[in-house]
Design a protein around this ligand. Structure first.
Ligand code: SF4
Length: 589
């Protein structure tokens, strides 16, 4: 807003004020006049102010435990290792249960979304348990801090921090510290205090999360076809423990450790340090060797890919589609028991989406800078500066996008290459935008609609199950859009389930019904494939027995056009291997 002088004659003095001040004053005067006329009493406004929290200082680091949670146990264990590697004491708050939900309702505000109740109540429950085990309340308040991601909204996620504080106060833990890092705040959010939100912190966390994603996905792929029940879970536990130790032992790249005291005399020490850390992340193969070991462990599991199973893609809201307990009615466990093969959603999709949205915003705001006065056209120098700022920001975001995908795919390859690559965000946007405006942020934004179309259209899943929390604002919006999507894609088996602290039996029975349809679809598809191949399962099985590499758990089965199920794709592949001509084409990834 430009400024101008406005003469206010008061004792003959000229007071300088902004146009904005003048408008504000006149609006206030007019409001007061209308209120007087309408007989409305003027009320004092009391705005909310974020409470001033006791700091978590560097000197407290050694005796303070960082608490965190809210993901799957695999992600949490790996992030735990990463944080320990950075020198923090930390503990995971276990997966929330119904009791946590009830505590969240008891101590928090009314009218929150389901994940708020579960996660907030879970922290209270954890502290209560520590207290029951003999720890003093004061010690808990002084020696623990809770670490969580924050955002400025626009959905209820923006209020989580305040909810944690309110519930903690109501439960008697007033003064317990909640520390936030911003999910869209970049790779450096402050060095000061007990928690250094710097490049080391974010790279370590991202590595832990990415490994958690891929290990989790591979385990789901293998578990669906394991011959000996429980074998995958045993290997999974073993490899997560192993990677936890690898992450814990990895110390961050440090210019001083490499160059000794000379490093302190270098004028560009900071830049060198930053570059060194990035290059180490990009080119070191420390993790690759360890992940190769995990690959071998998974590969040792005996599988039978001729079990015909419907593939169910899980989507929905970030937390509801990730948690593995009462928060989504134990849906993964239930689907496994019911004979489904799951494609779970990696956290990486969300991170990729955040980068993508930042790119969109930068493009949308091209030429506009917050608070800046637009220069006239003839100020070519200023116009050029604005353009340069835009291009510079865009370039950094694009590099971040490319590096993130590269790192994620590096882990996929190290773990045998069977994991799904990150879905192109531009394609997701293109698919969803006609139904859900891709600029409407909050929650999963357009992603839920996009994934439904993508996994159905690309013939990657027989059924899409969306886990949508009770009280979720963006999910309510996408419900409307999904009606239009389902109307346009007639063959789609799409089921939205509202998750809550109660109603598990009802939810499971609805899923069972839709899954029945998906099972029938998968069986029909397999039968059709065998007919077209002119083979039966026994013939194909006999060939596989003679070629044991085909039974490796991480053997890469090609995806054929028009074929969804693993058993059906495997049957075509085996038939091809037997030297037969098959009426199918491998689909390019
Ligand atoms: S996306 Fe929905 S469930 Fe998740 S925090 Fe926002 S409002 Fe709550």
């Amino acid at each position: 807003m430009s400024t101008s002088t406005h003469p206010v004659t008061n004792q003959g003095l000229i007071q300088i004020t902004t146009v904005e001040d003048m408008i504000r004053r006149r609006v206030a005067e007019e409001r007061a006049r209308l209120e007087r006329e309408a007989g409305i009493a003027h009320k004092e406004l009391h705005h909310f102010h974020k409470p001033i929290e006791r700091p978590f200082t560097a000197s407290q680091r050694g005796k303070t435990t960082l608490l965190f949670g809210g993901l799957t146990w695999k992600h949490e264990k790996l992030v735990h290792g990463a944080l320990e590697g950075l020198g923090y004491k930390c503990e995971v708050v276990p997966t929330p249960n119904v009791r946590a939900f009830q505590l969240g309702k008891e101590y928090g505000n009314n009218g929150q979304c389901n994940p708020t109740y579960f996660t907030v109540g879970n922290l209270v429950q954890y502290l209560q348990r520590l207290e029951e085990s003999g720890q003093k309340r004061d010690d808990l308040i002084n020696n623990y801090v809770f670490l969580t991601a924050g955002a400025c909204g626009p959905c209820r996620f923006g209020m989580y921090e305040a909810e944690y504080r309110l519930a903690l106060r109501n439960a008697g833990y007033d003064g317990f510290r909640v520390i936030l890092f911003q999910q869209s705040g970049g790779l450096s959010q402050g060095e000061a205090g007990g928690l250094a939100l710097n490049l080391d912190f974010f790279l370590s966390i991202l590595n832990g999360l990415n490994m958690g994603d891929v290990i989790n996905e591979v385990a789901h792929q293998v578990r669906a076809f394991e011959v000996n029940p429980g074998e995958t879970d045993a290997v999974l536990e073993e490899v997560v423990d192993y990677m936890h130790e690898v992450l814990k032992k990895k110390s961050p790249w440090n210019v001083e450790a490499k160059l000794g005291k000379v490093a302190n005399k270098l004028p560009m020490k900071g830049v060198l340090e930053y570059l060194g850390k990035f290059l180490e992340q990009l080119y070191s193969d420390d993790y690759v060797a360890a992940l190769n070991h995990c690959r071998e462990r998974f590969n040792s599991i005996k599988v039978d890919r001729f079990k015909v199973k419907p593939i169910v893609k899980i989507t929905g809201e970030f937390w509801a589609q990730t948690t593995e307990g009462d928060g989504n009615f134990g849906m993964f466990r239930f689907l496994n028991k019911e004979g489904a093969q799951l494609i779970v959603e990696p956290i990486a999709t969300w991170i990729n989406y955040l980068i993508h949205q930042a790119i969109q915003q930068t493009n949308d705001q091209r030429g506009l800078e917050e608070g800046a006065v637009l220069p006239p056209m003839w100020r070519v120098d200023k116009q050029a500066k604005i353009e340069w700022n835009y291009r510079n920001k865009l370039m950094k975001l694009k590099i971040a996008e490319a590096i993130f995908a590269r790192e994620y795919h590096k882990i996929i390859n190290a773990l045998g290459g069977t994991g799904h690559k990150l879905v192109d965000q531009y394609e997701l946007q293109r698919m969803a935008h006609p139904y859900y405006n891709s600029r409407a942020a909050g929650g999963e934004g357009h992603l839920e609609v996009a994934k439904n179309i993508y996994y159905t259209n690309r013939e990657l899943a027989h059924m899409v199950l969306s886990l949508k929390p009770f009280g979720c604002m963006p999910s309510t919006q996408s419900d409307g859009a999904q009606s239009a999507v389902v109307a346009h894609y007639k063959d789609m088996i799409y089921l939205p389930i509202e998750t809550s602290g109660e109603g598990e039996v009802n939810a499971h029975s609805r899923v069972q019904m839709a899954l029945g349809e998906a099972k029938a679809k998968a069986k029909l598809e397999y039968k059709d494939v065998l007919e077209k191949l002119g083979k039966n399962t026994d013939e194909l099985k006999a060939y596989v027995e003679q070629h044991p590499e085909l039974s490796d758990a991480l053997y890469s089965v090609p995806k054929y056009k028009g074929v969804i199920g693993t058993a059906a794709n495997f049957a075509i592949h085996v038939s091809e291997k037997m030297g037969n001509q098959v009426p199918y084409h491998v689909e390019a990834h």
